[in-house]
Structure formats: structure tokens, C-alpha cells
Design a protein around this ligand. Sequence first.
Ligand code: PRP
Length: 178
Amino acid sequence: MTDRPYVIDEMISAKSIAARVEELAREIQAHFKGTDKLIVVGLLRGSFVFISDVVRELDLPVEVDFLEASSYGDGMESSREVRILKDLRGEISGRDVLVVEDIVDTGFTLSHVMNLLKSRGPARIETIALLDKPSRREVDIRATWTGFEIPDEFVVGYGIDYAQRNRNLPYIGKVRFT
Ligand code: PRP
């Protein structure tokens, strides 16, 4: 919870997100065409909305699993220390893996998770991030597929929170403190 008053300005509409998800799903489908061993891994909690839209656009046999990594706590700044709070239920050795992330900021989370998952010997592993803030990057990493590159704004909605709130907004909004 936060006591600091703020408003949310819409930045990316639900309609634009849906159109982009459809576009990216087509590319992912072409990339993994013919696979019967794809596991789509959502990074909790922020990706829960995005992964549900992505998997429903994929006309491929998929399994879904989740991993929870956290670097932010309830604050706005990365602690640079990534903790695995919940590991995958299934094995990914020899499997095709698509890691779904809501936003890549400093890159610490995705980099840590990718090192961990690669060490488990997947056949192929790719990443999709809805949002990318390249100007904030501290670790040299980029998702295979990115929905939108955005400037260094504090964003919420479509799974992304501010102090655990606003994840349920259907669009991406910008937090403006008043
Ligand atoms: C947020 C977001 C990404 C990560 C990006 O997760 O969902 O996973 O930070 O930041 P980075 O590139 O600087 O590492 P958070 O730790 O806030 O957890 P949440 O997904 O549960 O909100």
C-alpha cells in the first residue's frame, strides 16, 4: 500500500495490446512450428495477464508453468537481488521453453531466470516481454520478442502493479503523482 496520491494516464490501450499480442503470437507459432514439447513459463506475478492472452493465441500444443522471481518487493526500485520464490512444477530438460515476462527494466530478473533455466538443459529457450525499457538496462539482455519499447515511465496495469495494486487494469497506464 502507498499513501502518496497519484492518477493513472492511459499509455497503451487494451486494443493495441491485443493487436500486438496477436502479431507476436503468429511469430512465436512460426518459430515453434511442429513442436509437441512446448512449455510456456510465466514469471509471476506480473505476467499472469499477458501469458493468458499469449497462450490463447497460440495454435500449438502447450503446457503452462509458472516461476516466481522477485526483485522489487513493494518499492519502485530494483534491489538487484533476484530471489526465486516459487520454482517450476515440471522438468524442462529437452523441452522447448517460452519464458513470458511483463517488463524488462534493469534486466536482472530475466537474466537471472534465463541462466537458471538454461542450466536445466532445455532443447530451445526463447523469451517474450510485453514491455521493454531499454534506457534502464544494466544487464545486457533482450527478449526474443518485445511488445512495446517504452520510455522510463512508471507503468501499471495488464498485470503490472504499483504496491500490489492496479494489476487488473486492462490497459497499460502511466503513474503520475499528484
Ligand atoms: C517486476 C517485473 C519484472 C521485473 C523487471 O517484477 O514483473 O519481473 O520486475 O525488472 P528488472 O528487469 O529490473 O529485473 P517484481 O519483482 O516487481 O514482481 P511482480 O512480477 O510480482 O510484480
